[in-house]
Design a binder for this molecule. Structure first.
Ligand SMILES: Nc1ncnc2c1ncn2[C@@H]1O[C@H](COP(=O)(O)OP(=O)(O)O)[C@@H](O)[C@H]1O
Ligand SMILES: [Mg+2]
Length: 493
């Protein structure tokens, strides 16, 4: 028996009006490429495909814009926020995902291009390297695939590009044996690496207006260029289907309706994701937040990527203090620290600083240290993250020294570095009995504009048992810090 899912209706030719089917088993063997200009309806199409096939097959979505996180509401996908995890953690989480057969959305929103590539590569690597016992069929959807398999070198580092291209090529060429069926979508076929595109045998071609993309599409489909002209005027939501899982001849289809909304549509109304199968979720998130193992993993030959920023920090000429310099006095140390704090404040006063990745802020910080001729070894990235956390929490340097505050920072240290700042901000509001910060303020402190991410972060902090939230009679939010007896005043979420 074959399992066919209904993608929509045939919109032309002899079978016009009939259901347009996609054969799932064939798809697992022959993969799919979706192409169409921005706004042609690719993400919508992917959503339709994912929703229709969710009851039949496990899914993983590599989601650069956090578009698909809403699948969790109705279909129970586990959302993994890539930005809150290291690459090693994601690789291990992916392995756990295959063991437990849970559908997941890897939300890459909030990372810069380089980070998106590295994190996606780490996660795909984990899916790919899973133990043979767990090679169950799985759809692996990659939206905006040209970001992960670019045809040409761009602004990203060679290292990130190599990792990501390698992972995408593995997925598309060698994934099949391991049960992984690649489904990739791109708005610019000419920008997608040829070897990655060439591995798909099924195509859904949407509106395409650039000649160069049209030419690539015609080549890929083995069509005359003139025949490919039919892609030029396709309306939104209309695609030409071709391939063993779809149709033997080019077939115009119209994509049917979806059940869940794209997150982009109404960001402020995004509800909290429903909790998927509780146990699986806990297990995956637990492994994803474990500290890095000391020993190299048994079957991961890839050397850890060099920490470019750490190298950069060491390369700063001022860093190497000559040996004969006497040890600084306590006063000098305090002065030095005050100077660093002041420079950090300057970094954070730049417009949009809240939304810049830590790596970018760090570079800015290093440059300013040089401009102000601050002597001594600059803080490394972890130290910088801690400074950033305190600064973003709005804690005064004096308060930061107090013993009470020491308890909060001790709790923060047990959390992943990039959520420490938000925790400290909340802890400070609780300590000073200020109103609980709103979702937007929390989002800003977290370095994102997404209110949905802020809410997921609060849920995460609750799961980590560091905070407890409760509404007051008027629906305002009160937040308590677990174990310290501090509580905020009610605040509007
Ligand atoms: N088949 C369709 N039916 C109804 N609305 C659609 C359809 N396809 C796309 N849309 C809408 O058009 C807009 C753009 O679609 P989207 O899938 O985001 O495009 P792309 O991913 O190709 O840039 C979205 O608001 C989407 O909801
Ligand atoms: Mg899209």
């Amino acid at each position: 028996m074959t399992i066919g899912i209904e993608m929509g209706t045939v919109s032309g030719g002899q079978t016009s009006g009939q259901p347009a089917m996609l054969d799932l088993e064939e798809l697992l063997a022959t993969r799919l490429l979706v192409q169409g200009n921005s706004g042609s309806g690719k993400s919508y199409l992917l959503r339709r495909l994912l929703e229709q096939s969710a009851p039949w097959v496990q899914q993983a979505i590599i989601d650069p814009e956090g578009d698909f996180v809403t699948l969790s509401e109705k279909y129970g996908h586990l959302v993994i926020d890539a930005a809150s995890h290291t690459e090693g953690q994601l690789t291990r989480a992916a392995d756990r995902v295959r063991r437990l057969r849970v559908s997941v959305v890897l939300n890459l929103d909030g990372l810069d291009a380089d980070g998106q590539m590295r994190h996606a590569a780490a996660f795909l690597g984990g899916l790919f390297d899973a133990d043979r016992d767990h090679w169950n069929p799985m759809l692996v959807v990659v939206d905006e695939a040209q970001l992960f398999a670019p045809a040409a070198a761009g602004e990203v580092s060679d290292e990130a590009r190599k990792l990501s291209l390698g992972a995408m090529a593995n997925l598309m060429s060698r994934g099949r044996k391991r049960g992984l069926a690649g489904i990739i979508a791109t708005q610019r076929l000419a920008k997608l690496a040829k070897n990655v595109a060439a591995e798909a045998s099924n195509f859904l071609m949407g509106r395409t207006f650039l000649d160069i993309d049209m030419a690539r599409a015609a080549d890929l489909l083995g069509m005359e260029r003139r025949q490919a002209e039919m892609f030029r005027d396709l309306p939104r939501g209309h695609f030409i289907a071709l391939g063993p899982a779809l149709s033997r001849r080019p077939l115009p289809i119209r994509i049917g309706a979806v059940e869940t909304e794209s997150r982009g549509v109404t960001p402020t109304l995004t509800p909290l994701p429903a909790t998927p199968a509780e146990e699986a979720r806990e297990m995956i998130l637990a492994v994803a937040s474990e500290p890095e193992p000391r020993l190299p993993p048994r079957r991961a030959p890839a050397a850890p990527p060099p920490d470019i920023l750490a190298q950069l920090a060491q390369a700063v000429p001022l860093a190497s203090a000559p040996k004969e310099v006497p040890q600084p006095t306590a006063e000098e140390l305090a002065e030095h620290k005050a100077k660093l704090d002041e420079i950090l404040r300057g970094v954070l006063e730049e417009p949009d600083a809240a939304f810049r990745p830590v790596a970018v802020l760090y570079q800015d910080f290093l440059v300013r240290l040089r401009i102000h001729a601050v002597a001594g070894k600059p803080p490394d990235i972890p130290a910088f993250r801690r400074m950033l956390a305190v600064a973003r929490a709005g804690v005064s340097p004096e308060a930061a020294e107090s013993p009470e505050w020491g308890e909060a920072t001790a709790m923060a240290k047990a959390l992943p570095e990039d959520v420490q700042g938000v925790f400290l901000m909340l802890a400070r509001a609780a300590l000073d009995k200020l109103p609980c910060p709103g979702d937007e303020a929390i989002a800003t402190a977290y370095g994102t504009r997404s209110v949905g991410r802020a809410r997921r972060l609060l849920t995460y902090l609750e799961e980590q048992r560091v905070i407890v939230m409760r509404p007051d009679a008027g629906g305002r939010r009160i937040l308590a810090v677990v174990g310290l007896g501090w509580e905020t005043a009610p605040g509007i979420p």
